[in-house]
Design a protein around this ligand. Structure first.
Ligand code: MLC
Ligand code: AMP
Length: 499
């Protein structure tokens, strides 16, 4: 029975006695025991009624059993739907309603809050963490499971990504989408079973889940699974590690620490950055301090990784390198889709086995963003050199990236505009030393408008990382002659607000 992703990244390790995970408490988990654990979880899922193609929605802490739940879902033929642990009940209600999962797995501390939501959507609720029901139920199951057949085009995961229209869209990732990308990346970055990866990213997004874990599994590398980003722990672990993947905030935070020295990084083979632009000054400061040139790559939830600076060859600060093998990238005129001459600024379009299958239950959105010829419109603006090296210069989409998390202003504006006393609002990003960008809300309100009421409403509706960190009250929003809000003017006027 073939299960494309399971066979390639999990089954291959079934008899591998090497260590997969090093954990915070000093204990280890071997590959063999991890694969057995995934099988136990696959039993729990199928006994809860999961059949191939069914969704498993997961909002859970970063634990070995959470990764085993990903593996078990794939082995049972299910579709893994990881959610940011910061999402509020209001956000979860939308995701659960949209994904219509057979099984929901939450943090043990949230069981009471989520029980009603699970019941209303006919999903079986399990929990992870202290006194979690999933782990306890799995303990009693057999350590082998008859893997369900899945072909390359079947879905393995559904990842929600917010949209410029305000409603989150589920990006459907097939077995081939995930596997082809992991294969390209291990070749390109030379990931192998001698590597030890420092894993401090969350495991509910493409970066921490697929880029970091699928590649490690495929290469049978060792992973230091850290429950969260912790600079002190990273400093302790660097001398025993060879590889790190992070968002730019990880690197600026390390550079802020005098104990982060060349000596501490001497065993390291490679530092990789992505999910947000790495400032050239960070790149240079990092090289100055450690002698390592950070390898910057570029990707998206819908496409996995798209481009990368070379492993051997020039890693140029401020550029994201070349299209991955098997991935076609072109820079086009957004209006016509025509490829532009080298050096001109246009939209990045991408085609290849890495590009997702479309948005879950949103065929019109899919048709808007994937052309008939198969090219996906990223919304990122860039130039391409003569040799195909890509430099990202901006975004055509109204998007803020804060500490590597995407925040769509429309979603926040919708919440603000619904508040009493608000006439209109505009949400925009300004530079922030730690997070790269941070969220500012400009509001036009009448005499009844109260900032505290707005904040309370935002608190209820949106995850903490999306909250505006500054509110500015204006008499009117700046608009162009077409009536469109000029966010560039708002950004200029408040450029220093976060400094
Ligand atoms: C935390 N906070 C954030 C935030 N992270 N606010 C804005 N943006 C963020 N990214 C909030 C907290 O809720 C808290 O709020 C306050 O900021 C301080 O928190 P902290 O303790 O300093 O934050 P920390 O826990 O250290 O988290 C920062 C971080 C984390 C950078 C380590 O955000 C992170 O791990 N980011 C990685 C995101 C990621 O994996 N992106 C990949 C997406 S995939 P308060 O007010 O309550 O105190 C993708 C595709 C690709 O983009 O190409 O990879
Ligand atoms: P997400 O939708 O969370 O997957 O975020 C994808 C977006 O992150 C891309 O469309 C880019 O705007 C941005 N991004 C990812 N990597 C980089 C990078 N190296 N440089 C600049 N932007 C990046």
């Amino acid at each position: 029975m073939t299960n494309v992703l399971y066979d390639a990244i999990f089954a291959r390790n079934a008899r591998n006695d090497a260590v997969f995970f090093d954990l915070d408490d000093g204990s280890t988990v071997t590959y063999t025991s991890f694969v057995a654990r995934a099988a136990q979880i696959a039993h729990v899922l199928t006994e809860a009624g999961l059949t191939p193609g069914d969704r498993v929605v997961v909002q859970a802490p970063k634990l070995v059993d959470t990764v085993a739940l990903y593996a078990g879902t794939v082995q049972a033929g299910g579709v893994y739907v990881p959610l940011n642990t910061g999402y509020t009940q209001a956000e979860l209600t939308y995701f659960v309603g949209d994904a219509a999962p057979k099984v929901i797995v939450c943090d043990a501390k949230d069981v009471e809050t989520l029980a009603g939501l699970a019941e209303a959507n006919n999903g079986t609720l399990f929990s992870l963490g202290e006194l979690g029901t999933l782990s306890a139920t799995a303990d009693k199951k057999p350590c082998t499971f008859e893997t369900r057949a899945r072909s390359k085009d079947d879905l393995a995961a559904l990842l929600y990504t917010s949209g410029t229209t305000g409603r989150s869209k589920g990006a459907m990732m097939s077995h081939e989408n995930l596997l082809s990308n992991a294969q390209s990346l291990i070749n390109l970055w030379q990931i192998n079973d001698q590597d030890r990866l420092l894993h401090a990213l969350p495991i509910f997004h493409t970066h921490g889940l697929f880029v970091a874990l699928n590649t490690s599994l495929l290469a049978s590398a060792r992973v230091r699974l850290m429950s969260a980003f912790d600079r002190d722990k990273l400093l302790e672990e660097l001398p025993q590690s060879t590889l790190m993947m992070g968002v730019p905030t990880f690197y600026t935070r390390l550079l802020d620490e005098p104990r982060f020295t060349k000596d501490i990084t001497s065993n390291m083979r490679l530092f990789i950055s992505g999910s947000a632009p790495l400032l050239a000054e960070t790149h240079e400061a990092f090289e100055g301090r450690t002698g390592h040139r950070i390898l910057e790559r570029y990707g998206m939830t819908e496409t996995n990784m798209i481009t990368s600076n070379p492993y051997d060859g020039a890693r140029i600060a401020g550029t994201v390198g070349y299209a991955l093998p098997g991935v076609e990238v072109k820079v086009t005129d957004p209006a016509t889709g025509e490829e532009l001459p080298k050096g001109e600024i246009g939209m990045i379009e991408v085609r290849g086995a890495n590009v997702f299958q479309g948005y879950w239950k949103m065929p019109e959105k899919t048709a808007e963003e994937i052309r008939d010829n198969g090219f996906f419109l990223t919304g990122d603006l860039a130039t391409s050199d003569e040799d195909g090296r890509i430099t990202i210069v901006g975004r055509a989409k109204d998007l803020i990236i804060s500490g590597g998390y995407n925040i769509y202003p429309k979603e926040i504006e919708d919440v603000l505009n619904d508040c009493p006393g608000i006439v209109e609002s505009a949400v925009f990003g300004v530079a922030h030393a730690d997070f790269g960008e941070t969220v500012v809300a400009a509001i036009v309100g009448d005499e009844t408008c109260e900032i505290d009421t707005l904040k309370a409403r935002v608190d209820e509706a949106l995850a903490r990382f999306k909250h505006p960190r500054h509110y500015v009250q204006l008499d009117a929003l700046p608009r162009n002659t077409m009536g469109k809000v000029q966010k560039n003017i708002l950004r200029q006027d408040h450029v220093d607000i976060a400094s």
